[in-house]
Design a binder for this molecule. Structure first.
Ligand code: NAD
Ligand code: TDX
Length: 339
């Protein structure tokens, strides 16, 4: 068995990636390291918790115990992070702690443990904002706007420095906005869906003309798996899709697909430092690994809405905080205690 560490495996992208890797590689033993913050939800992995090839370790990236968890792992995919821009505006400190200090501790442990390959999941937000034309390439300047993206940029560069200084075998990915199942309903698409389903207002920031480049989380997982195995060490890979959409257009489409009235849209105060547009040139990944997104946005969006409609327990317990009770149950030691 090949041991693969996935940090942040109880989060949105992480849990989708754990599921993908277990299905795709029957000889992989997956270790999830996750602090289980508000964004880490064991319900995301509920169907997998009795899988013998999966171990979940509840640990903070900044805890010295990370060294022991890393030991014996051949591959590491680092997804754990504080990930929500709005929260970083209110409290930046935890973003620096987890995203910068946590990443430093992880890469240092990985270097000492001679990990064979490491993927740093960075973000397109490190490039800052685009005007109406053009796309980010891997050589676009790093120009982050929010404390979140600044902390991700710091981590991204720290990992690059480990490659240059120590020949640490790392690849860095910068992906655009993901959507799909298990996304915490603080992010735009799941928030709009959950509000629409509850017949509540859809809060759209500013004039609603900010544009995001949407990619289905499964397409992101495919790219991460390819880069983990075939990426060139020290290289940065953009991951994105062709689906650019203004927030207002997207909110309206979600209302159409859920048969709710357009009057539910409510314009609210804009996010400070709100990036206007993101768009990704993913030509490098396409050229080197033949990767292209397979899930068309309209189809993926409709499937995602169906998923939230069909997973009311997940959505309700996530919204009302009851999902956190599930942690307590899972971390009781014996199966009898858990029952
Ligand atoms: P998420 O917020 O859903 O999940 C983050 C996970 O990290 C949670 O399970 C949380 O418990 C865990 N975590 C947080 N702090 C931790 C700590 N100190 N120690 C250990 N675990 C900790 O995030 P996501 O949307 O799944 O994003 C995953 C990664 O992908 C992040 O690094 C993010 O920056 C990056 N990314 C996200 C997107 C997107 O659109 N969601 C796009 C590009 C890149
Ligand atoms: O209530 C809202 N209303 C609104 O208009 C929220 C939560 C968001 N928005 C807007 C802000 C953005 O223009 O929607 C757009 C998307 O917002 P988010 O879902 O918060 O994502 P974004 O800020 O673009 O960042 C996301 O993509 C890159 C992820 O949260 C990051 O983790 C990732 O790195």
């Amino acid at each position: 068995m090949i041991k693969v560490l996935i940090t942040g495996g109880a989060g949105f992208i992480g849990s989708n990636f754990v599921r993908y890797m277990l299905e795709r590689h029957s000889d992989y033993q997956i270790v999830v390291l996750d602090k289980l913050t508000y964004a880490g939800n064991l319900l995301n992995l509920k169907d997998l918790l009795n899988e013998p090839r999966l171990t979940v370790v509840r640990l903070d990236l900044c805890d010295p115990g990370v060294a022991e968890v890393v030991s014996g792992c051949e591959f590491v995919v680092h997804l754990a992070a504080e990930s929500h821009v709005d929260r970083s505006i209110h409290d930046a400190a935890v973003f620096v702690r987890t995203n910068v200090e946590g990443t430093l501790q992880l890469v240092e442990c990985c270097r000492r443990a001679n990990v064979k390959r490491y993927v740093q999941v960075s973000t397109d937000e490190v490039y800052g904002s685009l005007g109406p034309r053009g796309k980010f390439t891997e050589t676009s300047p790093i120009d982050p706007s929010s404390p979140y993206s600044a902390s991700k940029a710091a981590a991204d560069m720290l990992v690059q420095s480990y490659f240059r200084t120590h020949r640490f075998p790392a690849m860095i990915t910068r992906c655009s906005n993901n959507y799909g199942p298990y996304q915490f309903p603080e992010k735009f698409i799941p928030l709009m869906i959950s509000q629409a389903l509850a017949n509540q207002n859809l809060p759209v920031y500013g004039d609603g003309q900010n544009v995001r480049n949407w990619i289905h989380v499964t397409d992101h997982c495919v790219a991460l798996d390819l880069i983990l195995h075939r990426g060139r060490e020290g290289q940065v890979y953009n991951i994105g899709g062709p689906s650019e959409c203004a927030n207002l257009t997207l909110a309206r489409r979600i209302l159409e697909l859920t048969n709710r009235p357009k009057s539910l849209i409510k314009f609210v105060t804009d996010r400070p430092g709100h990036d206007r547009r993101y768009a990704i040139n993913y030509g490098k990944l396409k050229k080197e690994m033949g990767w292209e997104p397979a899930i068309e946005f309209e189809q993926g969006l409709a499937q995602t809405i169906e998923w939230y409609e069909g997973n009311t327990v997940w959505l309700e317990t996530t919204k009302n905080g009851e999902y956190r009770e599930y942690f307590k149950k899972y971390y009781l030691h014996t199966a009898a205690e858990r029952a």
